[in-house]
Ligand binder design. Sequence first.
Ligand SMILES: Cc1cc2nc3c(=O)[nH]c(=O)nc-3n(C[C@H](O)[C@H](O)[C@H](O)COP(=O)(O)OP(=O)(O)OC[C@H]3O[C@@H](n4cnc5c(N)ncnc54)[C@H](O)[C@@H]3O)c2cc1C
Length: 402
Amino acid sequence: MRRIDYDVAIVGAGMVGAALAQLLARADFKVAVLERDGLIEQRDPAVHDARVSAINPGSERILAAAGAWDTIAGYRISPYVRMFVWDANSSGSIEFDSAELGVTHLGTIVENNLVAYALHQELLHTANVRVLAGVEVAAFDSVGDRVTLKLSDGAIIRAGVLVGADGAGSWVRKTLDIEIESRDFGQLGIVSTVATELGHRQTAWQRFLSTGPLAFLPLADGHCSIVWSCEQNTAAELMSRNDERFASELARAFEFKLGGVVEVGPRKTFSLRSSHARQYVGKRTALVGDAAHVVHPLAGQGVNLGFQDAAALAEVMIEARALNKDIGGELTLRRYERWRKGENLLMYHAMNGIEKLFGTDHEFVSEVRGLGLRLTNAIGPLKSVFAHRAMGLSGDLSKFAG
Ligand SMILES: Cc1cc2nc3c(=O)[nH]c(=O)nc-3n(C[C@H](O)[C@H](O)[C@H](O)COP(=O)(O)OP(=O)(O)OC[C@H]3O[C@@H](n4cnc5c(N)ncnc54)[C@H](O)[C@@H]3O)c2cc1C
């Protein structure tokens, strides 16, 4: 039976786990990455993925520090310079413009598979990373300064720290018995790629309907990626429509901002929930990304928060090692938890609050909401504070994002 020792073992090679692995490996940590589903390095990155993320400039910096950004940008990315958000039940709207905010772009729309592909390429070519794909951890135990992991294929490995980057249903979190606070929005997000009559003008669009937000995100080839969040029954009806009928209802729900919808790609749904772990760390263990927190996709913040977790955890471990301290000791891991929990909790409550605020067509609430949007739009400094936070350029940032 092989027994191998690592500094850090990461369960889950999604976008967040893979980014953390690279940040640590580039700082000479010996890293094991365990991924249940195998890596996607053999998939053809030329094939488009319908699932995209709005990656903010802070995350771009983190992905550059992880060595993946140039590969991603070498395929296809779609930077957007404007964001327009409006309310279906009031005259309120808000617009963000990169030139006004003094930045080159507000964010970049990237396919999830492309981000994972670029990170996985790096992982496979980094000497001090060992990727164990197609395996799961059967059990783990922390004794002294090591965590011992028993794998599904019978192998045993040891590490100074075990990180759960295994997504919203995190097995690591459940095994640690960490409770979550959660909310089911009772909504499904319909995701598809569509072609519109008018060009997207490098703008991310979002209309708040009382049934849920509808986003059109600009893609590099002129198409848009849509996320249409709506109540489950409405979503089921929309999914049952043929493409032509779906396209016409979609264009109407979007107030024909880009004219008609002339083509619709395959549609997929995702159930929408939010959750937040009561603790991010345990004995020699830590959670990052969706394993620790899930937010409503209405502001495109989920994976961006996860990248900030990865950067913060890498930074505290790098600093601990430089000071000859224990990288998996309670002081080190608690520092990570204190750093990230407040920031993520703020975003978790903000997204839940926005979803609730816009999820009603009550006349008085709609008027107050519209006024709030108009005022924020008119007050430049306030708007700039919100925008910089959403771009991942303000707050308590890691050196990888700053
Ligand atoms: C409709 C929709 C739109 C979104 N849009 C945006 C957006 O625009 N911007 C944004 O920032 N975020 C967005 N998000 C959120 C974003 O997709 C997630 O936050 C992100 O994918 C989480 O990444 P992760 O690496 O933490 O987890 P995951 O992507 O879930 O990865 C977890 C990995 O762990 C592996 N795994 C799981 N269990 C085990 C196990 N037991 N052993 C080994 N491996 C395991 C899985 O196979 C997977 O590879 C959106 C979400 C939805 C639903």
